[in-house]
Design a protein around this ligand. Structure first.
Ligand SMILES: [Zn+2]
Ligand SMILES: [Zn+2]
Length: 393
C-alpha cells in the first residue's frame, strides 16, 4: 500500500460498503468477500486472486480505525477539486493549479517495492482516478505496456523466413506473498515514520513540502519478515516464451510488431504490443540489397576474354551462369529468382559481380605466352589521356 494506492483506490467500493459504514459492517463485508474470492476456493482463477488481493488490501486500511481516518483525509485532500478529473492524454488547461511534480519530486517513491509504479504513473493515476469529494469511480480498463526486444537472425534465416522461440522476461507479482513482500503468515506493519501515509511533510518557512517517506520508500508499510520467494520486493521476474514468425526477407534494422503480445492489460484492458528489433548477422559469402542477394565471383583474364560457364552457389543450391566472351571486369550477371522469395511469390535475383583477377605470379611459359599475346593485340585506347599528358611535358 502506498500513498499512490490511497489516492487511486476506492477501498469502500472494494468492500462494497458506504463511506459511512460502521466498522462492524466493514468487517462483515470483508469476511464475506474474502471467503468468496479466496484462492483456495478458486484454484487457478487469476480474477478471483485479484479480487482477494484487492479485498485484503482494502480491509488492511478500512479495518484499522487510524488508517481509515488517514485514508479518508488523504482522499478528501486529493479529491477536493485541486486535481480535476482529466482524461489521459487530453489536456485540460486550468485543471492543475500548481506543479504536482514539486509535491512528490525528488525521491524514488514507490519504485522500491513492486507495483508502486513510477512518479509519472502516480500523476496519471491522480488525473484519471480520483473524482470529487472522494467519490472516485474505479479506473477503467488500462492497456498493457508495449514490450521491446531484440533478436539476431542468421543471414539465411532472414532470407528464407524462420520461426524462433523468443523468451521474454517481465516483472510479475510474487505468488507466494501476493505481492505484499511479507513472509506468508505475516503481514507488513505500518511504517512508524509516516504512520502508513507513505508521505512525510516537512516545514520550511511558511511553506510545507510533502515527499514520499524515506523510511518506507512511500509504501506506507515495512516488511519485517521478508517473503523467501521475492526477498520482500513483492515482485518476481516471470519468463514467457513466444514463437515468433519472421517473414522471408526480414531486413537488418527492421522492427516487427506483434499486436497484443506485450504485457497483459489491467482490469480487462487490451494487451500491449511486442516490438522485435531484428539484427541480421552478415553472411560470409552473400550480401543483400533489398530482395536481391549479391555475390562476387573472381574470374581469370582468360575467362573474361574467351567466355566461360560459371557454376556459382545460391543460398539453396547452385546455378550455372554464362559469361560471354569479352566480358569486362565488374560486369554483373543476374540469376533470376534466386534472391529473397516473398510470400506473395515475388522474388529478388542473385546479382553476381565478376571480378577479373590479375595474377601476381606467372610461370615462365605463361609469361612467354602473355608476351606473345601482348605483341598480337593493339594497345589500350588511351589517346584522349595521352593528349592531356603531353600538355604537361
Ligand atoms: Zn513474495
Ligand atoms: Zn513511511
Amino acid at each position: 500500500m502506498s500513498s499512490k494506492d490511497w489516492i487511486e483506490k476506492d477501498y469502500y467500493a472494494a468492500l462494497g460498503v458506504e463511506k459511512s459504514a460502521s466498522s462492524d459492517e466493514i468487517k462483515k463485508s470483508y469476511r464475506k468477500l474474502a471467503r468468496e474470492s479466496h484462492p483456495d476456493h478458486n484454484p487457478g482463477d487469476p480474477k478471483a486472486e485479484e479480487r482477494f488481493k484487492a479485498v485484503s488490501e482494502a480491509y488492511a486500511v478500512l479495518g484499522d480505525e487510524k488508517k481509515r481516518r488517514e485514508y479518508d483525509e488523504m482522499r478528501s485532500l486529493f479529491g477536493s477539486g485541486a486535481f480535476r478529473r482529466n482524461a489521459r492524454g487530453a489536456g485540460q488547461p486550468g485543471g492543475m493549479p500548481f506543479d504536482v511534480s514539486d509535491l512528490f519530486g525528488g525521491a524514488g517513491g514507490g519504485e522500491a517495492r513492486f507495483g508502486g509504479g513510477g512518479l509519472g504513473d502516480l500523476f496519471s493515476s491522480i488525473f484519471t482516478g480520483g473524482g470529487a469529494g472522494g467519490a472516485a469511480r474505479p479506473r477503467g480498463p488500462a492497456r498493457g505496456r508495449d514490450v521491446e526486444t531484440e533478436v539476431a537472425l542468421d543471414f539465411p534465416d532472414a532470407v528464407r523466413g524462420v520461426t524462433l522461440p523468443l523468451t521474454l522476461r517481465a516483472p510479475g507479482v510474487c505468488e507466494t506473498c501476493h505481492g505484499n513482500g511479507a513472509k506468508p503468515g505475516t503481514q507488513p506493519v505500518t511504517c512508524p515514520v509516516c504512520h502508513g501515509a507513505g508521505v512525510t511533510t516537512r516545514n520550511q518557512g511558511s511553506f510545507s513540502f510533502s515527499e514520499p517517506c524515506r523510511n518506507c520508500q512511500g509504501v506506507g508499510t515495512i516488511v519485517e519478515e521478508k517473503c523467501p520467494e521475492c526477498h520482500g520486493t513483492g515482485g518476481v521476474t516471470k519468463t514467457r516464451t513466444l514463437n515468433v514468425r519472421f517473414p522471408a526477407g526480414v531486413a537488418d534494422g527492421q522492427r516487427i510488431r506483434l499486436a497484443g503480445r506485450g504485457e497483459p492489460g489491467e482490469r480487462g484492458g487490451p494487451a500491449g504490443d511486442l516490438f522485435v528489433h531484428v539484427k541480421v548477422r552478415p553472411d560470409e559469402l552473400f550480401g543483400r540489397t533489398g530482395d536481391d542477394l549479391t555475390l562476387t565471383v573472381p574470374i581469370t583474364f582468360a575467362e573474361a576474354v574467351l567466355g566461360t560457364d560459371l557454376r556459382v552457389p545460391t543460398l539453396d543450391g547452385t546455378v550455372t551462369l554464362r559469361v560471354p566472351p569479352g566480358t569486362p571486369s565488374g560486369r554483373v550477371l543476374r540469376a533470376r529468382g534466386k534472391g529473397v522469395v516473398r510470400k506473395d511469390g515475388r522474388a529478388g535475383d542473385l546479382l553476381v559481380t565478376l571480378d577479373v583477377v590479375v595474377p601476381a605470379k606467372l610461370s615462365d611459359e605463361a609469361r612467354a605466352a602473355l608476351e606473345t599475346f601482348a605483341e598480337q593485340t593493339p594497345p589500350a585506347a588511351r589517346e584522349h589521356l595521352d593528349a592531356r599528358v603531353r600538355r604537361f611535358s
